[in-house]
Design a binder for this molecule. Sequence first.
Ligand code: C2E
Ligand code: CA
Ligand code: CA
Length: 882
Amino acid sequence: MRLRSASRPSGRGIPLWVYLSALVLVPTIGVVALTAFLVRSALTEAATATSAEAAVLAVAQLDAARSGVEHEIIPVLSIGVLRDPGAVALTGLPSFLVQAQLADAERALAQAQQVTDAALVAVPAGSVGAEVAERAAAQLAGVRTGASGPQPDLFVTYTQYLAVSDLLMAAQRDAAAAADGDDVSVATDHATHDVELIARLARTASRAIPLFLSTQTTISGNGAALDWRAAWRSYTDARDQMTELAQPALVAAWDDVRTSDALTAVDDVLAAQADDATAAPIPILQVAALVSRNTDRDAALTGLLQTAVGSAQAAAAADHEAADDRRDKILLAALGVLLSATLGAALTGRSISRSLGVLAGQADQVSRGELVEVEGGGPREVRTVSTALGSAVASLRRIQAQSAAVADGDLSSPVLEQPLPGPLGEVVHASVQQIVESVRERERLQFALTHQATHDPLTGLSNRAQARVLVNSALHRAQRAGAMTGLLFVDLDGFKAVNDGFGHAHGDAVLQEVARRLLATVRSGDVVCRLGGDEFVVLVEQVEGERDLVELAERIVAVSARPIDVGADQVWIGASVGVAVARDAGTDADVLFAEADAAAYRAKGHGRGRAEVFDEALRAELSARAELEAAITAALRNGEMQLHYQPVLDVASSRLTGYEALIRWNRPGHGMVPPDSFIPTAEATRLICELDRWVLHEATRQLAQWRAEDPAAADRTLAVNISGRHLAEAGVVDDVLDALAASGFPAELLIVEVTETVLVDDPAAIGNLAVLRSHGVSIAIDDFGTGFTSIGQLRSMPVDTLKIDRSFIASAEAGNRELVALIIRAAHTFGLTVVAEGVEEVDQLELLRADACDLVQGYLLSRPLPAAAVSAFRDGAHAPVA
Ligand code: C2E
Ligand code: CA
Ligand code: CA
């Protein structure tokens, strides 16, 4: 089976891998985008952490710078006062002490300037405070130059220093605010908030002292007192806010600073001054001590600030690291996701496309009619499809098996009973069942036909053809086994009388009863067959001896002789049985049949109702007959046959009316053989037909020739004898017409002579005669009186002439004389012409003339003459009619 190529899998359509790739690619792009976003935010966080770190550092540097600037103020003011002789005089200090104080102040200034410069330089370039630090450094340079002049205005110097400090403070606040961004961790947030708190405390702490000191000197105006008290409140607010510190380490460190001597000493002095608006200025020595303590306090606060900055930087660095870490993790996770997605997709795709590929290959094979084993693998859907394909293939296999069983004719195969699934399966199964049913029906029919062809429908026995087959195979078996085979030929006696007397229905009933009796009489294993008519045979295998067969034959004779009830009637028939035995390998079925037949024929000849065994005498008879048949065939071929013509004369006028053609065999070594010696033998076979044909052609040819030679012969008839057997054959009409056509002899002058029995027995022969008559040929009944025809039957017969048998003519009995006269009268009544045969004596002729017989034929007038002699007769050489 090969399906149309259109249904073959084609290369069209989008391949599976494209779908799978798209399936992988879309989420991959999503993962990449998400990763990019996450990495970006991690990078932003890292950048934020970095800038927070820088800002925190800037806070510390700016604070250091601011602290340095503010620490410069006191030494500068001290130096200004100590260099002013009026002011020195006011203090009342001795000159050496003043000099020592001045040296201290100068040293402290140099130290503070160094710290300030270092701090300003350290502010990281590009950080929040870098630009401010640069500006502050420039302003500070101007302030320092002004302060170190010969007559500096201390108030202006002081105010300028404070301006620089304000600048740095503002920058410090900005830096702290920048550090305290949104995108930082809680820890960093807390740490920067702590830095802010401490930076603010340090700022307010260091600002309060110079403002306070300015109230103690002549350099300040009225606003100075208000300024320092505001600064003091800022400081105490900032100190109170220190409770907000988040980091426990800083809380502990702040506790140490808060309770330190430096802080408490400075705060106590300033608190006392702030609470009492009318307090007197503190003495100069106490101022010096305050300044010294303030320096310690600032150092402690700076230390605290540094600790906080360090902690904040660490937190920011941790944030940075965490961000970097997260970025790495995100990248790693994304890479992992991508890799596993790709790998998973590749594996899944491979599994799907491989299983689909296998399935597609199997489906392709199936579509080409190869019913391969379908193996399912891969995902559930593919398995489902392959299971479905598998069951489809199983169905196809079953269909194939059923078709094969039907094709092989194995209709009993259980495979044909197996149902097929689904509506299609039902249809196919139904079709197969129908085919099986019709094949069975055909087999039944064939069996019936075979049975019909091999069996006799009336008795159910094997027919002639089958009998021949059975005898043949029995002979083959016997030949192999070295056994004898017997055949009994059963010919019923008196059956024809029953048929004629009681009708065909009775005849059939008799035959059926005979068949039953035969079957009841034979041994099991013997076969009874009906050859046709009233002839049966019994085949006996494994014959022990001839005696057994004779006994069986006698039993058959006995059972056949018993009366048979047919309806209300009782009939008696009998059987003549011929027995033949095949003793050697040389016997064939035809020979055995012929031998049994010959024996039965002799049994009939010996008085009927008896059995005869085929013996040597019969064998000799049979072989003589066979030899004769061969000789006749050769004679026809060799031109040994001749025709003699016996004249037929009109009784009244003595005129020659025609001839009867009679065959002669000029057999070498035998002389002239009369027809009675070979016609019966020829009639036993189809040889007679050949003889008749030859006679028809030769006689018509001869007569046509005579007619041509002698105008007086123009109306002379030709009588030809045709055998009953030949007349029964379909070809007889053509044989006659062919001869007429070949010779040109007119049909109206031809007379076909047939015997009585033909006209009584054979409907086919009667039909052929009627056809011949319709062509103008006349029909004569030969040897009338020897058969059973009654004169009354003549009326309905297709005949024109009646030939009275010569036994009646030759007879001297008075009864026969009367009979001849009666026949002639009756024949004339029915319009028939009467010919008397065998007229040998003048008396006979006279009587016939007296009886008004039409034509005569006999030795008295002329013997049958060879053709050459006929012309002499024609010329008037025949015996005169009296
Ligand atoms: P049949 O048809 O009755 O022929 C007449 C027979 O009587 C012939 O014998 C003939 O010679 C003989 N016959 C004629 N006149 C007399 C007579 O006055 N006295 C006596 N005793 N006999 C006479 P034949 O020729 O020996 O023929 C014998 C039979 O052979 C024929 O009887 C016919 O039945 C058959 N026969 C002869 N020729 C043919 C033939 O060509 N075809 C066929 N189918 N049968 C033929
Ligand atoms: Ca005749
Ligand atoms: Ca005759």
